[in-house]
Design a protein around this ligand. Structure first.
Ligand code: ATP
Ligand code: MG
Length: 350
């Protein structure tokens, strides 16, 4: 069945890298059952500067009819920092209640990890980050603001509903991901005695329905150490918004850096959004030198999440092959330009 994709290529290198992702998706459609239909949306700096619009309500209504959003990057030096990120990225994330941030950590080629003794099979995990609440809920305030007695508070909001839904998703994920079927809860329950007590209780409660999944628990500080020393011990990790933010960046680095990091903002019942983790990189925009591999991998992740598992896997394998052969952009040690990398991935798929 045809799946409808909304393309928001955005700013800076966004359009350059999503163009390669689109090329790869079109090639995949030629050689497999994958069947996609695209519509482009103009949101980004240019559109904002022209019209004063970020994402309109009408556009959001229209986006409801799509199966997924494929996003490049937003951010532009001509616009005040945060305006586009809040008005586009975060607005879409909240409007479509994308309560899961799915971040694969997978080493494709050992040369790209700063962990020198690790092989690709050692670094292969999925981080499931809660994406809507926790310390990022924006609740708090200042007492006696501007005085020497000032107190600033930031509340950590954890609802049963919010914790339950991300935990359930993580168990489902761990169950399907591989034969290991292991889920690690990453928290700080020894200090956050209310918030993460709830996480622990929910983890146990939901886990009772997934008897075949091995439950594991580790404090976030221990996790950061272990991700560096023994990343092979992890399979699927579920965690709150803030710890997820931090350990996914650590994960991105051990698997080869931002040039290969991808992110899915998921609503399992609604519209999900897939993007490379890197930003709009205005410093290199328009030069055809941006690394398109993260955007291409994000397209692969989207295809997988839309139900074409094997086909999405093919994209990943093609990216891996091109890296192994040094068919990459200068930031990955190669000497191809953006377009050539996209073409090369297509030729491997062919
Ligand atoms: P944002 O606020 O949008 O996250 P940022 O300022 O954090 O942006 P990024 O755009 O993520 O920065 O990237 C930081 C730098 O890394 C860029 O300026 C660029 O030099 C480099 N970079 C980022 N993405 C790529 C890419 N795909 N290919 C090559 N270099 C990149
Ligand atoms: Mg950034």
């Amino acid at each position: 069945m045809t799946k409808k994709i909304a393309l928001i290529s955005g700013d800076g290198i966004g359009p350059e890298v999503t163009k390669q992702g689109m090329k790869v998706l079109e090639k995949l459609e030629e050689i497999s059952d994958v069947d996609l239909e695209f519509e482009e949306f103009p949101f980004g700096a240019e559109h904002y500067l022209d019209t004063g619009e970020l994402v309109t309500d009408e556009a959001k209504e229209e986006l409801e009819n799509f199966d997924a959003i494929y996003l490049g990057a937003v951010g532009d030096p001509r616009v005040k920092p945060g305006v586009l990120e809040h008005g586009i990225l975060l607005d879409l994330r909240f409007s479509f209640d994308q309560y899961i941030n799915l971040r694969p950590v997978k080493l494709l080629d050992s040369r790209f990890s700063p962990l020198k003794d690790k092989e690709p099979q050692d670094i292969d995990m999925m981080i499931v980050r809660e994406n809507t609440e926790g310390l990022y809920a924006g609740v708090g305030g200042f007492l006696k603001e501007g005085t020497k007695d000032e107190v600033a508070t930031q509340e950590m909001i954890n609802t049963y509903k919010g914790v339950e839904r991300v935990t359930r998703y993580a168990y489902e994920y761990a169950q399907k991901r591989n034969d290991e079927k292991k889920l690690t809860l990453c928290d700080k329950s020894n200090v956050l005695t209310y918030a993460h007590d709830l996480w622990q209780r929910v983890f146990e409660e939901v886990g009772a329905n997934y008897k075949d999944v091995t439950m594991d628990h580790m404090l976030v500080d221990a996790i950061t150490m272990k991700m560096v020393r023994n990343p092979e011990d992890f399979d699927t990790i579920v965690t709150c918004n803030m710890f997820g933010d931090i350990i996914t960046d650590l994960g991105a680095e051990i698997q080869g850096g931002m040039g290969l990091a991808v992110s899915g903002n998921i609503n399992p019942e609604g519209v999900s959004m897939f993007e490379p983790v890197h930003g709009s990189a205005p410093d290199i925009a328009g030069e055809n030198i941006a690394n398109p591999l993260a955007a291409i991998l994000a397209a692969g992740m989207m295809v997988k999440e839309l139900g074409w598992e094997e086909e999405g896997e093919k994209i990943e394998t093609a990216v891996q092959r091109s890296l192994q052969n040094d068919y990459s952009t200068p930031d990955m040690g190669g000497n191809l330009n953006t377009d050539e990398v996209g073409d090369h991935i297509c030729s491997i798929l062919e």
